[in-house]
Design a protein around this ligand. Sequence first.
Ligand SMILES: [Mn+2]
Length: 431
Amino acid sequence: MQIITTHKGTDFDALASVVAAKIIYPDAVGVIPRNVNANVKAFLSLHKDVLNLYEVNEIDLDEVTSLIVVDTNSWDRLEGMKKLKNRDDLEVILWDHHEEKDIVTDRKVQKEVGATVTLLIRELEKDRKILTRIQATLFLCGIYEDTGNLTFPGATGADAYAAGYLLDRKADLDVVNSFLKPAYGTKQKNTLFDMLKSSEVKEINGHRIGISKIDVSGHITGLSVVVNMYRDIVNVDAAFGIFNDSERKKCMIIGRSATDELDISTIMNSMGGGGHPRAGSALLKGGNPEEAEERILDLIAGNQQSSIQLSDIMSYPVFTVESTTPMDDVGKTLKSKGCTGLPVVENGRIVGVISRRDFSRVKKDKQRNSPVKAFMSRDIVTIDPKKSPLEAAKIMIGKDIGRIPVVEEGEVIGIVTRTDVMVYFYDLLPD
Ligand SMILES: [Mn+2]
């Protein structure tokens, strides 16, 4: 017998991948963990019969000769499959989009795409398989959920293509929306309201951080969704909810980030929790919300220093001119170096900038022998090499300038240009 299974805490990509794999391997039996996400559970409760899926206790594992694992490659994340782990006569086939873990395979399709089901859809298209409307809808839920509607940085062209393919096959967006947008209960609404009332926004290293400390009693489901909404409403780069249960002396911290520069998992790991770069949580025993807040802010401040600084992306060496250089020579230097502007220095210290535009003020021929300091702009904007690319970008946009000299202790050590910043943001750094 051949079975297809996926990870515990089954999300839409996992469920979609099992169902898609059932089309590719028509004789295989789909086995779904009992531990599935709430919205998947709701979907299953309506569609279980059409999908024809089994739970692991309905299967005789001794009969299994071939195992197809989708959307995970870690034995720990499978439910009730331990018995199969050390069988050497078992064929293992993998479809996944995660980093390699401990499942050793005979065959695998493993690529860095936003959703595993994207890989399976590609195969279905190749084989010209016909999809039902329910299948197309479920697969689209998988892609949209794992890629944040194709907006998460992990989303690829292949995901967008697969989504288009499913829309052409009549995937139902009303159904997709009703399952992907979880309904908020009264408890969640009240929690969100409390969070907004006690919300504080701080600026650390150029990042806007929203923090809200509130008291809770007992268990509230879906807190991470509430923190996500809170982040959207206060419109910050990262949001943290500190939920203090004074009765149980516990403090739950949930973080959400909208930027790659703030890695939530690093912050939560340092507090004994875990998660992904964009979402994570930690549970602090002893429950002191002020202390929790202080630790988060400290970690963000420290976290930043280890991330990319301007000194990593700036251009150097920088061509400079002495303030006494005649304009004629400055013009030649600009032309030969192909620059639009140059810092002007006196004893190594920056005193101004000269750009091609300033040459329009050179009216008479004899002015071409005047020193550059007569024409340069003394309104200089410089930046510290320890600042982040984001801060450089903010200055460029705010002051509408394309290049900023990078200055350390008064000395120009490099220059950061729009191109440097864009190359960094689009991750095109040659490596
Ligand atoms: Mn996935």
